[in-house]
Design a protein around this ligand. Structure first.
Ligand code: G6P
Length: 610
């Protein structure tokens, strides 16, 4: 979602800020803007649309400056137009604010400020902040005092940066629920909502905690609580590599990330799957191991692709480890007054670790006494910090909005957790050994699937004009059907639905005609024959079947119009392999339709509002 970058130092600030904003483009946004300080004045330039538009506007007559703040906005309050774009200013154009998060009590504050004579120029919640700070920014007060006082009146979440014309030598930053990092350079500081905007300038960073603010100048910074108690800063080295957040030879991040999967799956297993001992070691669960093994049931929550991973997790844990599992959308969990308590485990799955609904579900479960654990990609993210234990998926930064490598790594980690529980519960050594071997061989099998890319590209060309797609799968491949349909929707804007194959006859079958491509995940497993019957039903109505089938399956040749071959694996690990062709199919169709694959319209990478 929204992104923040601020610079104070000795270099030209605008290029640094623009470059930083570009690094944050992947988060999803619909307008962008900067404020720069020059000779005691603030100049704000904003544009609806992409950063390129903003950059073009900045090319004309912008003064040289060494302090600037910038923002990419993903609209919540008010349309994605120029006036709603950040930065927002006070009445006198002396204060500029960029903000991520949501000010929940903005309407009441706006009324009060309006009655006090403030004139608003946007529909946003953020503008309230600028006017509220103005209200407190009276003679003999400095900017940090005014910001501090304003924030005590705010209900909601924020990561924010404020500058004032009167005090051009500082940025004031604050955090509550929206990440904010300070990058420490040589006589310069770069503040940002995401380390990827900082890493090319410095590897030394400090992160604000909730309820903290900081005054940042060229040569120093000081952190304090909102109550003005000084906080000692903890400087960390970024482990992020610039190469990881660059596209390299690939046309899109999504394609790069699809191709990284053999490695990312290996990384998720590295040091954890001890093949020679048929053992799984998960350091992040050591201290809660007994609680996990003794759990009456496990609840898994997530959103989007992470929710699909959770659904596969349900099959893995129930079928292999014999533990009852429930899966719930994070956004629904809290509002159904869940019956959960001590003795239950809640696993929160989140790539970004910042999804607001998932955080809310975790907090609810914690209050009710459950043990809350995370399966997260972003190290140090809020989900990771608020979990009582968990497992990082170690997929590296995922930049493409449509999640790919995070999904297969989430599944790998769920498989590892399952094996850990299964072993402790006394699953036979023979079976365990088979599962460990199958898991260990997955990265190579994924490599094999990636080698069929050209075939998938041809299929994509053939079906790129379709207006609807149906995806069918059974068992653990039903969530894969959902994920395949989601990928296609997200990046190609073709309407697609995922269904359990047998359920098709209870509704979607009415849609099938000679125009309808139906992607069927049909591995040779225990329910293969049933899936074949479902394919027959599609064919009988002239639907066009694209099958994801095993290499040794010849029967399918008579039934499917197009086939993508995938290697066999143990049934419940199949989703890790079978999803790869669906990711590639969505990717190539989207490219063929000319869609901006890495930044599809309206979507955000990390959804930090409920
Ligand atoms: C957004 C993203 C999806 C992602 C979902 C959950 O909708 O566009 O790709 O699956 O959020 O995100 P999380 O970071 O919690 O996995």
């Amino acid at each position: 979602m929204c992104g923040i970058v601020g610079y104070i130092g000795t270099r030209s600030a605008v290029p640094v800020v623009l470059n930083g904003l570009r690094r944050l483009e992947y988060r999803g946004y619909d307008s962008a803007g900067v404020a720069l300080l020059h000779e005691g004045q603030i100049t704000v330039v904003k544009r609806a649309g992409k950063i390129a538009e903003l950059e073009a506007a900045l090319r004309t007559s912008i003064p040289e400056c060494t302090v600037a703040i910038g923002h990419t906005r993903w609209a919540t309050h008010g349309q994605p137009n120029e006036s709603n774009a950040h930065p927002h200013m006070d009445c006198r154009n002396e204060i500029a604010v960029v903000h991520n998060g949501v000010i929940e009590n903005y309407a009441a504050l706006k009324r009060k400020l309006h009655d006090a004579g403030h004139v608003f120029r946007s529909e946003t919640d953020t503008e309230v902040l600028a006017h509220l700070i103005e209200q407190f920014y009276v003679r003999d007060t400095n900017l940090e005092q005014a910001v501090r006082r304003a924030l005590t009146q705010i209900k909601g979440t924020y990561g924010l940066v404020v500058v004032a014309a009167r005090e051009p030598d500082k940025l004031v930053v604050a955090r509550n629920g929206s990440p904010l990092a300070i990058g420490i350079g040589d006589n310069e500081h770069i503040v940002a909502s995401d380390a990827s905007a900082i890493v090319e300038h410095t590897r030394r960073v400090t992160y604000l905690e909730d309820g903290e603010m900081a005054v940042v100048t060229c040569g120093s910074f000081s952190i304090s609580t909102l109550a003005d108690v000084p906080v000692e800063n903890f400087v960390q080295e970024l482990t992020l590599n610039l190469q990881e957040i660059e596209r390299g030879e690939y046309e899109h991040f999504m394609l790069k990330e699809i191709h990284e999967q053999p490695d990312t799956i290996r990384n998720a297993m590295r040091g954890r799957l001890i093949v020679e001992k048929d053992e799984v070691k998960l350091g992040g669960l050591d201290h809660v191991r007994d609680t996990v093994l003794g759990a009456k049931r496990i609840v898994i929550v997530g959103c989007g692709t992470s929710w699909h991973a959770a659904l596969v997790g349900e099959y893995l844990m129930e079928q292999i480890a014999g533990v009852p599992v429930e899966v719930e959308y994070s956004s629904e969990f809290r509002y159904r007054h869940p019956i959960i308590g001590s003795g239950d485990i809640l696993f929160a799955i989140s790539q970004s670790g910042e999804t607001a609904d998932t955080l809310a579900a975790m907090r609810e479960a914690k209050v009710k006494g459950a043990t809350v654990l995370g399966i997260v990609n972003v190290v140090g993210s809020t989900v990771a910090r608020e979990s009582q234990g968990g497992v990082y998926i170690h997929a590296g930064p995922e930049i493409g909005v449509a999640s790919t490598k995070a999904f297969t790594s989430q599944l790998t980690v769920l498989a590892l957790i399952t094996l850990m529980i299964a072993r402790a519960k006394g699953v036979s050594r023979e079976k365990l050994s088979l599962l460990v071997r199958e898991l260990h061989e997955l990265p190579e099998k994924v490599e094999q699937v990636l080698r069929t890319s050209d075939r998938i590209k041809e299929i994509a060309q053939k079906y790129k004009g379709a207006t609807n797609f149906l995806y069918l799968g059974r068992g653990a491949n039903f969530p894969v059907a959902l994920e395949g349909a989601l990928k296609l929707k997200e990046i190609s804007y073709i309407h697609a639905e995922g269904y359990p194959a047998a359920e098709m006859k209870h509704g979607p079958i009415a849609l099938i005609d000679e125009q309808m491509p139906v992607v069927v995940i049909a591995p040779k497993d225990a329910i293969y024959e049933k899936v074949i019957s479902n394919i027959q039903e599609v064919r009988a109505r002239k639907g066009r079947v694209i099958a994801i089938a095993n290499e040794d399956d010849h029967e399918i040749e008579h039934l499917a119009e197009d086939i993508v071959r995938v290697p066999r694996t143990y049934g419940f690990f199949g989703p890790i392999i079978n999803v790869i062709p669906l990711q590639l199919l969505a990717y190539y169709i989207a490219v063929a339709r000319g869609v901006n694959v890495d930044q599809p319209r309206n979507l955000a990478k990390s959804v930090s509002v409920e």
